[in-house]
Design a protein around this ligand. Sequence first.
Ligand code: NAD
Length: 240
Amino acid sequence: MFESVAEKLKIAKKIVFVTGAGISQESGIPTFRGKDGLWRKYDPMKLATIDAFYDDPKLVWEWYEDRRKNILAAKPNLGHVAIADLEKYKDVRVLTQNIDGLHQRAGSSKVYELHGSIIKIKCTVCDFKKEITTSFSKVPPMCKCGNMLRPDVVWFGESLPQDVWTEAIIQARSCDVMVIAGTSLAVSPANTLPLYAKQNNAVLIEVNPEVTQMSNAIDLSIRNTSANSLPNMVSIFEEN
Ligand code: NAD
């Protein structure tokens, strides 16, 4: 662990993590844009937009059912666990673009799901919402009001849940260290969160084996995977 990263983490009052698909890659969940990325197999515009959903609700539902099965069978990895363990020493918030719930399952208690959750569904018309962990025998499932149900996730072109986004900006603006782990920062508005942190003169640390479009604005880049690097951030505090 870089001396300077350790120093910054030790004096930090609040550490905010911005995470993406890459942090779950080592749990066996494919990313969108990595070499094993989901998009390599599917056309992104065919599966994660509202138009695609109304064009072919069965196909979109089958994709999410398949992803939910894979995600529920996956386990949090050392990266997720390290972020949860850091809560023993610091005020930690997790702003995640992931819909897999692995941060919560690893024990993180303050997680903001910017893009919703794969275990949540909602009605396309009324305000019915529900958590599910099983599969449906017939898709698309219908709501009691007679309309189709949909995954409660944010599709490309849709806006983020206002309350979650407002809270995410508050957290980004009030941290003194932001760790950006496992995200290409290609998706907005999540990719503006580091700019809010900079408004508070926060130190930006990036954990990613690859360069991202914000790497040149990052203070400290760790070119490694999250499962390899994040546990070192916890051992800084365990050594004392
Ligand atoms: P992305 O695929 O665009 O970027 C993934 C990033 O993670 C890449 O920069 C890659 O270099 C990096 N990476 C790959 N393996 C890594 C590892 N082991 N450790 C650290 N970094 C690693 O994904 P994104 O930036 O999250 O954004 C795109 C969208 O993907 C988001 O809307 C998100 O909701 C969605 N998504 C979520 C999941 C999930 O819930 N797990 C899975 C796939 C896609």
